[in-house]
Design a protein around this ligand. Sequence first.
Ligand code: ADP
Length: 161
Amino acid sequence: MKTVVCPGSFDPVTNGHLDIIERAAALFDKVIVVVMVNASKTPLFTTEQRVDMLRRSTAHLENVTVDSYDGLLAAYARQQGATVIVKGLRALSDFEYEFQMALTNRQLNEELETVFLTATDDKMYLSSSLVKQVAAYGEDVSKFVPACILQDITEKFGKDG
Ligand code: ADP
């Protein structure tokens, strides 16, 4: 039984994240999507809201669960018995940071491998910050996020911007 973790901020979850989660769920037995509570970032949505949006967005995936964690990913993975971290790689710009993180996580937990799934071409431009920028101006973000979280976004920014 191979358990993997898919970490991120998910502030909010986008179709790009969902694509990686769905592909991880097809490759591995159990996928734990974990909202990492990062003290250096000020998220728009609370941890509970991000977990809730992810749960609704992944409800169709039987082997996916959603959690949150305030601490180091290497420690969380060990605690969950997960030996693989699955991450999406969008472009060269993601590479340096992700490479550094993967090497650090291996130092902290030598059983931990990081697997990168290349972003799907029509979703590789997507990011949570792009969604927030577009939504802040009252524009439609339905092409970028799962339909079940659209209302959470409009409520956060107020109707029609
Ligand atoms: P961001 O980098 O937008 O703040 P997260 O930290 O929530 O997003 O990202 C979690 C994971 O999802 C990371 O591995 C990131 O590379 C991946 N990811 C984010 N957006 C996409 C996308 N559009 N396509 C593929 N992977 C993505």
